[in-house]
Ligand binder design. Sequence first.
Ligand code: FES
Length: 148
Amino acid sequence: MIKELDVLGTFARDRDNLIPIFQAEQAKSGYLSAEFMESVADYLGISLSSTCGVATFYTQFKFSRPGDHKVKVCLGTACYVRGGTKICDEVSHQLKIQAGEVTPDYKFSLEGVACFGSCAQSPVVVVDRKVYGKMNAKKVKNVLKEYA
Ligand code: FES
């Protein structure tokens, strides 16, 4: 049975809309849930395995719920040589999760990523879209407090 989902209602039942539907849902919800994938398959008349096969082919799509606040620690070269891994370890310690995980309350998710293009500010942490430069372990706690 097809559930009424906002995103699906904005697209015609055309298989060519599969990727745009995924992109719209991810922009809205931050990920593609199992329930959403089933609804897409029903809506477009495609098997669930084909639907999932297409989605998993593209690395841009996420399949688990992210945290309300996405903490990204840069591990690019400039940040790495200036202590990026120590910053990542401190964020991990403060949030009690590893990179790629989400806190149990879904408040934060943590990712280690490549260069943000702010190397002059290295080491860099980005929370949601806000960039924090010249980071050190002591600053991590204060940055995270802003979102607690
Ligand atoms: S290497 Fe971290 S911002 Fe460029």
